[in-house]
Design a protein around this ligand. Structure first.
Ligand SMILES: [Fe+2]
Ligand SMILES: [Fe+2]
Length: 248
């Protein structure tokens, strides 16, 4: 029994593809088929696969049907978490998604799922991504402060969701945690953040995140061990469509 993770599949079997990079970068060519083959080679029925947001370019559920069918046919138990492009998924309507798709797919938001003796906690997170203003030597000399203020509100909302989920798991007796975010835990200006702090506070063993895709973004945040927590980037193009084994 193993736990795997990957994010940013950005499927578009029925919808318009909106990222030009995805059209032209060779890593995306036939990625659906390559990922399916990798999953079939690595994942068995008793394994769990966590898909860490940005599942589909579909604007609504009807435009995601084929994408969900593709995901449902992958091996193992599938748990989906929210990404910034998942327009079909309003946080408040997660129960509706689960009633439609369980037992084939589980949508995780506000609450937790169990893997062995771990509580799996997930939320979208949020990271201020600028715009940043650079000088001639490409040093950051400022940023859009209005957008930064707005970002602080989004971070606060995500933090309250995370805390509630950790507390629910704790109240049910769980002491071991894996924390999934779609956005990276820190932005390019930060060494630590509210997200790294809460991971430390609850003793999450690993923080797994996605969203950073395209070569220039792969190293935007923390990778490896930092202050006792293991950080792992699992965006699909970074992993070359090979799901990462998080735990066996
Ligand atoms: Fe993405
Ligand atoms: Fe994203």
């Amino acid at each position: 029994m193993s736990l795997f993770a990957i994010g940013d599949l950005h499927l578009h079997f029925q919808s318009e593809l909106k990222a030009p990079g995805q059209l032209h970068d060779p890593v995306w060519k036939g990625h659906e088929e390559r990922f399916r083959q990798n999953c079939r080679a690595m994942i068995s029925a008793e394994d769990t696969l966590i898909l860490v947001g940005d599942h589909s370019w579909g604007k609504n559920l009807a435009q995601c049907e084929e994408d969900f069918r593709y995901i449902a046919e992958l091996p193992g138990r599938k748990i989906l978490t929210r990404g910034n492009h998942d327009m079909f998924w309003e946080a408040k309507k997660t129960a509706v998604l689960n009633s439609l798709f369980q037992p084939h797919l589980t949508f995780l938001q506000d609450g937790y799922e169990v893997y062995r003796d771990y509580a799996v906690i997930a939320t979208k997170g949020y990271t201020f991504e600028g715009p940043f203003y650079l000088d001639r030597s490409r040093r950051i000399i400022g940023w859009d402060e209005e957008k930064e203020e707005h970002a602080k509100k989004l971070v606060a909302r995500e933090m309250s969701r995370l805390r509630a989920s950790f507390e629910a798991a704790r109240a049910d007796g769980y002491r071991k945690f894996l924390m999934f975010l779609h956005y990276p835990p820190t932005n390019i200006l930060e060494k630590r953040s509210a997200f790294t702090d809460i991971a430390e506070e609850y003793g999450a063993e690993q923080v797994i995140y996605a969203h950073c895709h395209g070569e220039s973004r792969f190293h935007d945040s923390i990778e490896g061990k930092f202050r006792g927590v293991q950080y792992r980037l699992v965006s699909g193009d970074y992993l070359r469509w090979v799901p990462l084994e998080i735990m066996d």
